[in-house]
Design a protein around this ligand. Structure first.
Ligand SMILES: NC(=O)C1=CN([C@@H]2O[C@H](COP(=O)(O)OP(=O)(O)OC[C@H]3O[C@@H](n4cnc5c(N)ncnc54)[C@H](O)[C@@H]3O)[C@@H](O)[C@H]2O)C=CC1
Ligand SMILES: O=C([O-])CC(=O)C(=O)O
Length: 357
């Protein structure tokens, strides 16, 4: 017998109320409550993460739930999204969280969203290039972007799935086919290259990485990743050996993680951090903050290529300005020519994937 029968009764009531008959039921009952609050129209952005149960998706879901600019967070995956949703939804932050599982729920996951972040797709294993992921990820990105075109054609899309140099052109073609393409709203996420460049340069300079800003242009694979060390802030004059070593490490940062993980995937935590940083910048831009500058892989006229990563200004309509490359060193000019050759082939592959399908 409980020493305090009243307290014991109260406890029994609470635990009956909370006990989940099944995980699905618990998921549903809590989603019901959250839906009520979401209908209240709290100010903030409605964000969907597609691939939310994955290595990137899970920490990214957590980081987006922590972002005060997010009012509603939709977590979609083809597996395990109920568990991730239940878990993240217990965080006592403002965003309401709803989970969506499997293709039949994709449309509900996307309807009404302002920002769609896509980390769905397979990651690399040692010995693979990002291009080796094309076969599987091209189809995944196509399906998801068809959903975006149908259910939230005005949403900003942050595309993470590799190979970014090809998946972004694929997404653009899907949107063109659907008649919803707006180059201002399609952004390939290359923030991790900048995050890495800032970290590695800060190591060399012996300063806090938060004080460093390295523009990284081109694309998001090997030699297409082109750090502009001549434009580093605070300005610093590197030796040619430092430039060559730093460039090599930044270009191969992804492979460094793939090898260290030894078959267990690629960068997930640093990528979630980078994606959350970029999504935050997009939402600040949408909110009207002037002067939000990030690097991203976007439709561009900065070179003769139709897509290119460079500094962009984010604003109320998404991508507001693609910044010029600025003066390049001889080393960077040579790197740029090599990068453009590979990029042209990767972009062409994405465009033909949709046009010839
Ligand atoms: N842009 C960048 O800088 C980076 C990109 N990546 C890329 O991000 C992608 C995801 O990486 P991880 O999270 O590590 O992989 P992961 O395998 O851990 O997670 C991927 C998730 O996508 C889900 N998924 C698969 N097909 C789906 C579909 N049709 N709809 C919705 N979800 C689906 C899976 O169920 C899984 O939960 C990879 O392609 C990887 O190469 C990774 C790091 C950096
Ligand atoms: O290297 C990979 O496959 C994942 C990725 O894009 C990165 O870490 O930059």
């Amino acid at each position: 017998m409980h020493p305090n029968p009243e307290a014991s009764q109260r406890l029994a009531k609470i635990s009956t109320h909370l006990r989940p008959p099944t995980l699905q039921m618990e998921h549903r009952s809590f989603l019901g409550q959250q839906n009520c609050r979401a209908k209240g129209g709290a100010p903030g952005f409605k964000v969907a993460i597609l691939g939310a149960a994955g290595g990137i998706g899970q920490p990214l879901s957590m980081l987006m739930k922590m972002n005060p600019l997010v009012s509603l967070l939709h977590l979609y995956d083809v597996v395990n999204s109920p568990g991730v949703t239940a878990d993240v939804s217990h965080m006592d932050t403002g965003a309401v969280v709803r989970g969506f599982l499997g293709q039949p729920q994709l449309e509900n996951a996307l309807t009404g969203m302002d920002l769609v972040i896509i980390p769905a797709g397979v990651p690399r294993k040692p010995g693979m290039t990002r291009d080796d992921l094309f076969k599987i990820n091209a189809g995944i990105v196509t399906t998801l972007c068809e959903g975006v075109a149908k259910c939230c054609p005005n949403a900003i899309v942050n595309l993470i799935s590799n190979p970014v140099n090809t998946t972004v052109p694929i997404a653009a073609e899907v949107f063109k086919k659907a008649g919803t393409y707006d180059p201002k709203r399609l952004l390939g996420v290359t923030t991790l290259d900048v995050v890495r460049a800032n970290t590695f340069v800060a190591e060399v300079l012996g300063i806090d990485p938060r004080e460093v800003n390295v523009p990284v242009v081109g694309g998001h694979a090997g030699i297409t990743i082109l750090p502009l060390l001549s434009q580093v802030k605070p300005s610093f004059s590197f030796t040619s050996e430092e430039i060559s070593r730093l460039t090599d490490r930044i270009q191969n940062g992804g492979t460094e993680v793939v090898e260290a993980k030894a078959g267990a995937g690629s960068a997930t935590l640093s990528m979630a951090f980078a994606a959350a940083k970029f999504a935050d910048a997009c939402m600040r831009g949408l909110s009207g903050d002037a002067g939000v500058i990030e690097c991203a892989f976007v439709a561009s006229e900065v070179t003769e290529l139709p897509f290119f990563a460079s500094k962009v200004r984010l604003g109320r309509s998404g991508l507001e300005e693609v910044c010029a490359l600025g003066p390049l060193s001889e080393y960077e000019r040579t790197g740029l020519e090599k990068a453009k050759k590979e990029l042209a082939a990767s972009i062409h592959k994405g465009v033909s994937f949709i046009r010839n399908s």
